[in-house]
Design a protein around this ligand. Structure first.
Ligand code: CP
Ligand code: NVA
Length: 438
């Protein structure tokens, strides 16, 4: 991974093949077929883990609850070679210098003034990305092809490096996003808000009581209205159908900030963390212990796409979604990833590169007392980490409940990379924003 950080100052997009990879399988639509913004789907490649030709065997997502606004039949997508790479911030800065706020713009800053703009505004580094994800909804893990996941990981690494070097990268000046959160959030919300600010744009937080949806305005109308004001929407919702409905009615990209179905932004950020740690994703093994929830669904789908094997150890009653597993296995058949489930925690962690867990009671779930008893044997303990082996790292999407799903000794051990993992939400979100909004 060191090599990744030794790249030259001019940030360049990674090379893209002109044809879709052969190992992308399935019909040319899967979830994105129903979900791309009304005004862009005829302009851009739909994307998704699915490719062309082969019928998709399963339909694991909730069905759309609103279809009347769809205007395109999705048949007119452009070939890959037309999704051109562009430099959106050439080395000659395109931004006009900010007006100075000092009394005397040519004078030095004083105790009472900050000299902004003018000659102190450094040029933005050259940074190029492909336009293939522009305007696309990101509602599930399969809305990005494996090739696109690799590309956003690369972009996130480059943006991270610029950020760490203190280099300006406000490539989204003038852009804004709405952030609809039906549930609390620390990482997703704060990293998106900070990320938009670092990119020169603005994020508008919209909590449950902030929107007129609390007084009966429909999701469809809300999506259409927001499309007139902002450039993208991130939504954290209890019911994934809400996201689907937003997607069908918005003409701007909608991103899933977590739903009952999946948590793709977390999984993609985790793949960035794994890339940093291991260099190559293909062949890695994740053992997930605990509840078969939205998080393990995303790990299975995103992991399978990138050749990462995922084995979940859960009680039978809290096993991962069978449909998600079948879909992930189907993807994994093409990438070499093994996707499986067991009730044996020690068997699952054997030879794992990563032991991963999540809370035993997710937001919106009930039966907390019963879950506590049923899931207790799947706690990540020092013994579990020993079964995994010395090489194993510990990950958790957070927030965690110390000594419930994971022992504090594990959290605080050298094997734990949870804070790096949390930090990478910021860099991955910035990459996704750049790719979809630029
Ligand atoms: N992992 C995650 O999504 O954290 P938040 O709930 O704090 O956003
Ligand atoms: N499974 C957890 C993830 C939190 C980031 C939940 O849905 O609450």
């Amino acid at each position: 991974m060191q090599a990744r950080y030794l790249r030259s100052a001019a940030e360049r997009v990674r090379e893209q093949p002109t044809e879709e990879s052969l190992w992308q399988v399935g019909s040319g639509g899967w979830p994105p077929d129903k979900q791309q913004p009304r005004d862009v789907q005829h302009l851009h490649k739909k994307g998704g883990t699915a490719g062309t030709d082969v019928s998709r065997p399963f339909d694991w997502q909730p069905h759309c609850v609103a279809t009347s606004r769809r205007q395109h039949d999705h048949k007119g997508r452009l070939p890959m070679e037309q999704t051109a790479k562009t430099d959106f911030a050439p080395s000659t800065p395109q931004l006009q210098p900010l007006p100075s706020v000092t009394q005397n713009s040519s004078g030095p800053a004083t105790d009472r003034t900050s000299l902004l703009g003018g000659p102190t505004m450094p040029a933005l580094p050259t940074f190029s990305v492909s336009t293939r994800m522009r305007g696309r909804h990101l509602l599930t893990d399969t809305d990005l092809t494996p090739e696109e996941v690799a590309e956003v990981i690369d972009t996130a690494s480059r943006l991270k490096r610029l950020h760490k070097n203190g280099q300006p990268h406000h490539y989204l000046t003038g852009k804004s996003i709405g952030m609809i959160f039906q549930m609390p959030s620390t990482r997703t919300r704060v990293s998106l808000e900070a990320g938009m600010a670092q990119l020169g744009g603005q994020a508008i937080f919209l909590g449950v009581n902030d929107l007129q949806t609390s007084r009966g305005e429909t999701i469809a109308d809300t999506a259409q209205i927001l499309s007139r004001y902002v450039d993208g929407v991130v939504a954290r919702v209890y019911d994934h159908n809400t996201l689907v409905e937003m997607g069908e009615n918005a003409s701007i990209p909608v991103m899933n900030g977590l739903s009952n179905l999946c948590h793709p932004l977390q999984a993609w950020a985790d793949l960035l963390t794994l890339t940093e740690r291991f260099g190559d994703l293909k062949g890695l093994k994740i053992a997930y212990l605990g509840d078969g929830n939205n998080m393990v669904s995303s790990l299975m789908l995103s992991g399978a796409a990138m050749g990462v094997s995922v084995t979940a150890a859960t009680p039978a009653e809290y096993a991962p979604s069978e449909q998600v597993m079948q879909y992930a296995q189907w993807i994994g058949n093409s990438t070499g990833a093994h996707i499986g489930a067991t009730t044996d925690a020690h068997a699952a962690v054997k030879d794992a590169d990563v032991v991963y867990t999540d809370v035993h009671v997710s937001m919106g779930q009930e039966n907390a007392a019963h879950r506590a008893v049923s899931l207790a044997p799947y706690k990540v303990t020092p013994e579990i980490m020993e079964s995994a082996g010395k090489q194993a790292l510990f990950m958790h999407c957070l927030p965690m409940h110390r000594d419930e799903e994971v022992a504090s000794e594990v959290v605080d051990s050298p094997a734990s990379i949870i804070y790096d993992q949390a930090e990478n939400r910021l860099h991955m979100h910035k990459a996704l924003l750049v790719h979809t909004l630029c």
